[in-house]
Write a protein that binds this ligand. Structure first.
Ligand code: SF4
Length: 712
């Protein structure tokens, strides 16, 4: 095993070795308990291949969330006077009665579960088991649907497998070229940037982003050009990728031997790509033809020495996101990158367990091991692990957007349990979702802060945070890592696994829910033979801090690099999907409309429920500003700091204008971490990608006014 793939466990006297609670880079940190109640552990960066000791401001301040003054440490129940503290017994009795009553009156599917990509593997697995084997409902999905689903769909379509990076992140350290498409890692996961140094040195960092993002800035330096930034009109990513592919094919830059021996579909796809010559693509995307040629040639020149194509949410979070991602994969396949070392295609996963969260059964169509719930063999295997009849496992459910919108309707979900998610802020069409949640007969939220969603709950269950629990996470590389407890649970808070165990018993089930280690052991058996096979893993092995990449079948040493010789498809070949451009849901048609892009800020994570509570993070980014080009601002008579109202048919939001030349004139940018009148997802539509069911967070048609309307 390469030394770079091994982590260093700190001596016991120096604290507990764990990982950051936030994003999928899963930076390693050491937690040293102290006597400061407001920050009960000291966090220090720990040497690990993804972060090399570094932490961003979110990770380094993560301990503040553990000691929050408004931390929920007691169950709460809604009474005539609002939410009031109660006992666990009272709270669990109310939940049990609500579940029983709802299923008796409206059927099994009237009870739903909404999970999260930040939950440990054990909790994701336990939620899937609780839904299918205890509640016997098909209504389970999770917020990763809003994050990774397009990349997952495209990866499965092309490779027969979906692992964010099919290679260790440190392979990027040998890159001569990296094409980053719609990923702003400099803001979302800053320690990632060190892995782009080699590509920058070789002048090969290529960034596709309509904004002059912090990552796009990395293509320039005072000394030299480090790469090229392409800024297409929002909604034209597919045309731009086809332009790059056209050049690769027309100039004979593709790897003909690889394409012939390892892929299917080239002849058909080639005909589609022929229609997108650079000058034509320039007219469609606004990207100069010379830049398109330069990037295509730069990538092709580097293909034998280390070239990578990476996608992110910027291209994936569209109603055509799975097709766009397929085009990025096609480009990588034409260059012969997947399976090469160094080289490849990958997606830069977002949430902390965005990878593991989509492998163990909390998706509406999936069983543990990344198996299809429609596959009779998979059903039989999982049923045998759970000790039930295969017929008792429900069929596929509905995706996260539809699940949330069904809440409170006649044939929809009437009792919902939400774990680790704040859809009032993070879901598309957030006003409609909020109304739907308010229409539920019963809402249970497991959380450690009074999030905007928890405020709607009938019962809130206080649960553990990352430093208070055992478990595993799977980072953006498909590497399984240990999360370790450094602190006792505060007040009456409980571990969610214990909560599910007790609820299961109260509902009359004999289904087993044990400790994190016991659930992991069961998960590994349930995953055996699946695409995400964890059957060779154990806590003992992970505690040795070995580099454990799935698939890790029993008796193997894991799989740091995938696709070396073949792809896990029926014939061992990858598929070049024949994708023709399909318009996004909301194109702008006249000069009065602008395209709104939503995204992330350096100091905040997801819905901001945690990071908005950290004073120094809130101080640096206190609210949801609207970034607007100065020329557009001039047109509207808008000045810096002015309160703007953005509206469309779904709602209205308000935020202060921040003039920025980094944004195109036809485009606005707003972060999605904020609530209330700053809650930008109120404007985002419920339209989803037909394959992945990903909503369109990255292109929403809006109108701007300066009226100071009152927006609640
Ligand atoms: Fe690392 Fe992400 Fe945590 Fe920042 S938020 S410290 S990049 S894992």
């Amino acid at each position: 095993m390469s030394e770079s793939l091994i982590t260093q466990e700190p001596p016991a006297s120096h604290g507990v070795a764990s990982h950051c609670p936030y994003c999928a880079l899963q930076c390693a940190m050491t937690l040293t308990p102290n006597s400061d109640a407001s920050e009960p552990v000291t966090v220090t960066g720990r040497e690990f291949p993804t972060n090399r000791g570094g932490l961003c401001r979110k990770g380094s301040s993560a301990a503040k969330v553990l000691g929050l003054g408004d931390r929920i440490t007691q169950p709460m129940i809604r009474t005539a006077h609002g939410l009031e503290p109660t006992t666990w017994d009272h709270a669990l009795t109310a939940i049990t009665e609500a579940i029983r009553g709802t299923q008796r009156e409206h059927g099994r599917d009237a009870v739903g579960i909404f999970g999260a990509g930040g939950l440990t593997n054990e909790k994701a697995y336990a939620l899937g088991k609780f839904a299918r084997a205890v509640l016997r409902t098909s209504r389970i999905d999770y917020n990763g649907r809003f994050c990774m689903s397009s990349a997952a769909a495209a990866g499965n379509r092309a490779f027969g497998l979906d692992r964010g990076l099919p290679f260790p992140l440190t392979d990027l350290d040998r890159a001569h070229a990296v094409l980053l498409i719609g990923s702003n890692v400099a803001d979302t996961m800053p320690p990632f940037v060190q892995h782009l140094a080699s590509a920058r040195e070789h002048g090969g960092l290529f960034v596709i982003d309509p904004r002059e993002s912090a990552t796009a800035d990395l293509t320039r330096s005072e000394e030299r050009e480090c790469g090229i930034h392409l800024a297409p009109t929002p909604g034209t990513d597919q045309e731009l990728l086809l332009g790059l592919i056209h050049v690769v094919i027309a100039e004979g830059l593709y790897d003909a031997a690889y394409v012939a021996s390892r892929t299917n579909g080239f002849a058909r796809f080639k005909r589609t790509a022929q229609r997108y010559w650079p000058e034509h693509v320039q007219s469609l995307t606004g990207v100069p033809a010379a830049k398109i040629r330069a990037v295509a040639r730069g990538l092709a020149t580097a293909k034998d020495r280390g070239a990578f194509v990476l996608t992110g949410r910027g291209v994936e979070q569209h109603t055509n996101g799975s097709d766009t991602t397929s085009l990025a994969i096609n480009l990588a396949l034409l260059l012969g990158l997947p399976g090469r070392e160094p080289g490849g295609y990958g997606t830069v996963t977002g949430q902390g367990n965005g990878q593991g969260g989509r492998e163990h059964g909390q998706k509406c169509d999936q069983l543990p091991g990344y198996r299809s719930i429609n596959d009779p063999q998979a059903r039989a295997h999982v049923a045998s692990v759970w000790g039930i009849d295969e017929q008792d496992i429900p069929g596929p459910g509905i995706d996260a957007t539809q699940l949330l919108l069904s809440c409170g309707t006649d044939h929809g979900v009437r009792t919902l349990m939400i774990h680790g998610s704040n859809p009032v802020v993070s879901a598309p069409n957030a006003t409609r979702v909020t109304r739907a949640l308010a229409d539920l007969d019963f809402l249970v939220v497991s959380d450690f802060v009074l999030s905007e969603t928890a405020q709607l709950a009938h019962v809130i269950l206080p649960v553990a945070q990352w430093a208070e629990e055992e478990g595993t996470m799977t980072n953006l590389e498909g590497r399984v890592i240990r999360r370790r407890r450094a602190l006792p649970l505060p007040g009456a808070a409980r571990d969610e696994l214990a909560v599910l165990a007790e609820l299961s018993t109260r509902l009359g089930s004999t289904m087993f829910f044990g400790t994190a280690e016991q659930m992991f052991e069961e998960l590994t058996r349930a995953s055996a033979g699946g695409r995400a096979d964890y059957s060779g893993l154990s806590y003992d092995l992970l505690d040795q801090e070995r580099a454990c990449y799935w698939p890790y079948p029993a008796g193997s040493a894991g799989t740091p690099r995938l696709f070396r010789d073949s792809f896990p498809t029926a014939d061992g070949r990858a598929t070049l999907a024949d994708v023709s451009p399909r318009a996004i849901a909301e194109r702008i048609f006249d000069g009065a409309e602008l395209t709104l892009i939503t995204g992330r800020l350096l100091g905040h994570y997801q819905s901001g429920a945690q990071t908005r509570r950290v004073p120094e993070l809130l101080a640096s980014d206190p609210d949801g500003r609207v970034e607007i080009n100065p020329e557009t601002a001039h047109l509207y008579g808008v000045v810096e700091g002015q309160l703007l109202t953005l509206h469309n048919e779904r709602g209205t939001v308000q935020a202060r204008a921040r003039l920025s030349r980094q944004i195109r004139r036809d485009t606005l940018f707003m972060p999605f971490h904020f609530a209330g009148s700053n809650s930008v997802n109120r404007l985002v539509s419920s339209a989803t990608d037909p394959l992945s069911k990903m909503p369109e967070f990255k292109a929403t048609r809006v109108w701007v006014s300066q009226e100071e309307q009152c927006v609640a």
